[in-house]
Design a protein around this ligand. Structure first.
Ligand code: ATP
Ligand code: MG
Length: 571
């Protein structure tokens, strides 16, 4: 490919709309262009990187015995009604009506369609196990599409679905996918970690997420310094505190004029935040719910949603007016005593003795409050985020919090969809049984963004060789010089013959522009044919990742470049 003929609209400045590095660089390097919020056109270089990821995914899925299919993107509501998700999936599901008045949606995921396909076409245990996958554009009407390819409304996903006859076989299918995922992300050249995850709206019995480690990640992952424990914050638990042995003291109301925030109240009462219980009001499906939490802890909304049996989209913090309407008390003075709405206490609160709470009276708090004696919550459970002061649930070791980007997610679904959609096969005794299912997603387009978040410098992207759009970029720095141009053209043609992917920068631009663009688009190897070639016949090969420069001759250049590329690909 010749640079002069390719659409690579590089930009000199960072686009104002982009906040994180991958978004900035994908725009600046001319990989993508935005159509509307959360939807992008993949330009030649962007698409080439995506195709590289797709190919790795495809090879590893095939190796694991999965078969590629392609399902329709538009799905009938009737299937979603059968599974029960039409009413619960929420606003991410883009719904519409076709010319015949049939309710439809754009596929955000394909459990319903695949379950329908398999129930119509697979009858016997002899046809199992079965694992089908596709690589396809998904549509999710995300509440906050952002960060470019990281959270789009349209994005490319690989989704696979396994069908097994027994629980044991289903676990083997899960295990195979787990291994395939490790291979995929290793081959993509990513630093990642597999973590225990919440099963969310898709439902199911257990799941793991694959997280690319990067400071800009939207997810927090919790790992143990001492053992293998690794979980998403949404799921992570820790060793609970042991119950305080202090004697309960007499409940005392204290005037705390104007003291509303935890820190301020604690300073005023001369106590630590860990001796106070805060009362937070959430609106859950239009109803207020109070959540009790130790002063220095934070609510984990996914855990809260799970214990309330709702989706995390169905809950949000109440505003000041809603707090007042629900409790008759202004924000800052709320407490559990005498509160007449549903109250969820975090497990940690049950271990505390003689804590401070709001008095449900403006400008007052009470001290020496005790759960069980002074109030009884509607329910108690783990609804808080773990912190790096907490201890590992498996071994008691120190926990560490890091940021991650979710690039893959595997679920053991069990019979959630096969039971509700009546998808059965005949077992060896000719008995009807529901399929035992698993589902396995990879964010193909997100991987490209995640790879950039992990690999860049001040000059641009640094692509891992296996997923770079092409492996080599040749700079012809003497367009009007026949010797230079002939040498550059010959190296280009010979590399192509050897199966190396290469772009020849044959634009009529200054060397400075070519060097800048080369760094920006992050092609692993840059080959320069310029002034030195005229002087002493030398050609320069520069490795983008570490800046190392190898000088070679025209005669040796193709062999040298080929060796470097092959070595890079097999690392
Ligand atoms: P998230 O928590 O980031 O919204 P999810 O749990 O909704 O992800 P899944 O339903 O498991 O994601 O989808 C499978 C994979 O698709 C994810 O692991 C992620 O890599 C990718 N993905 C999900 N939503 C998006 C999106 N809006 N844009 C790009 N990729 C996405
Ligand atoms: Mg999501």
């Amino acid at each position: 490919m010749r640079f002069s003929q390719l659409l690579i609209p590089t930009l000199k400045e960072d686009p104002a709309e982009a906040e994180i590095i991958s978004h900035k660089l994908l725009l600046r390097a001319g990989f993508i262009r935005k159509l509307t919020s959360g939807t992008y056109t993949y330009l030649p270089l962007g698409l080439a990187a995506i195709k590289k990821v797709e190919q790795i995914v495809r090879e590893e899925m095939n190796r694991a015995g999965a078969q590629e299919i392609l399902m329709p993107m538009v799905q009938p509501a009737s299937l979603w009604e059968e599974s029960g998700r039409w009413d619960v999936y929420g606003k991410e599901l883009l719904r519409f009506t076709d010319r015949n008045g049939r309710n439809s949606c754009l596929g955000p995921t394909h459990e319903e369609v695949i379950t329908d396909l398999v129930r119509m076409n697979v009858q016997s245990y002899k046809e199992l196990p079965l694992n089908l996958y596709q690589i396809q554009t998904k549509y999710r009407d995300e509440a906050r599409p952002r960060f470019g390819l990281m959270r789009g409304r349209e994005f490319i996903m690989k989704d696979a679905y396994s069908f097994d006859a027994t629980d044991k076989e289903a676990e083997q299918s899960y295990h195979k996918m787990n291994q395939a995922y490790h291979r995929i992300f290793e081959r993509c050249g990513l630093r990642f970690r597999a973590v225990e995850a919440d099963s969310g709206a898709i439902g199911g019995s257990f799941s793991h997420e694959f997280m690319v480690l990067a400071d800009t990640g939207e997810d927090t992952i919790v790992t143990c310094k001492n053992c293998q424990y690794a979980a998403n914050m949404e799921k992570a638990t820790c060793v609970p505190a042991s119950k305080s042995k202090d004697e309960p003291q007499e409940l005392t109301k204290i005037e705390t004029p104007g003291k509303r925030k935890v820190k301020v109240v604690c300073e005023f009462l001369d106590i630590e935040p860990r001796q106070l219980v805060k009362t937070l009001i959430y609106i859950v499906n239009d109803k207020p719910v109070a959540v009790l939490l130790r002063g220095d802890h934070e609510v984990e909304e996914v855990k809260l949603a799970n214990i309330l049996g709702v989706s995390d989209e169905d809950l949000r913090m109440a505003d000041d007016k809603e707090v007042y309407d629900a409790t008759g008390t202004p924000t800052g003075y709320l407490g559990p005593i005498g509160l007449e709405i549903q109250v969820v206490a975090d497990t940690e609160v049950a271990t505390m003795v003689n804590f401070a709470v709001g008095a449900n009276d403006k400008n007052y708090h009470v001290v020496n409050c005790n759960m069980g004696r002074d109030f009884t919550p509607t329910m108690t459970g783990d609804v808080r985020k773990v912190t790096d002061n907490d201890r590992c649930i498996l071994c008691g070791g120190d926990l560490v919090l890091t940021k991650g980007i979710e690039v893959g997610h595997i679920f053991k679904l069990g019979t959630k969809y096969s039971a509700s959609m009546n998808a059965t096969f005949l077992d060896a005794k000719s008995q009807e049984q529901p399929f035992i299912m698993g589902c396995y997603g990879i964010g193909v387009s997100r991987i490209v963004a995640a790879a950039i978040e992990q690999n860049f410098d001040k000059d641009g992207m640094i692509f891992p060789i296996p997923i770079a759009p092409v492996q080599v970029l040749i700079l012809n720095l003497g367009l009007k010089d026949t010797e230079i141009t002939e040498a550059a053209n010959t190296i280009y043609a010979d590399l192509l013959k050897k199966g190396i992917e290469v772009i020849l920068d044959d634009r009529d631009e200054r060397p400075g522009v070519k060097f800048k663009d080369a760094d920006l688009i992050g092609i692993p190897f840059r080959v320069t044919v310029g002034k030195n070639f005229n002087k002493d016949g030398s050609i320069e090969i520069r490795t983008r990742a570490n800046g190392d420069v190898t000088t070679t001759t025209f005669a040796d250049s193709v062999a040298e470049i080929t060796t470097m590329v092959e070595k890079g690909l097999n690392q």
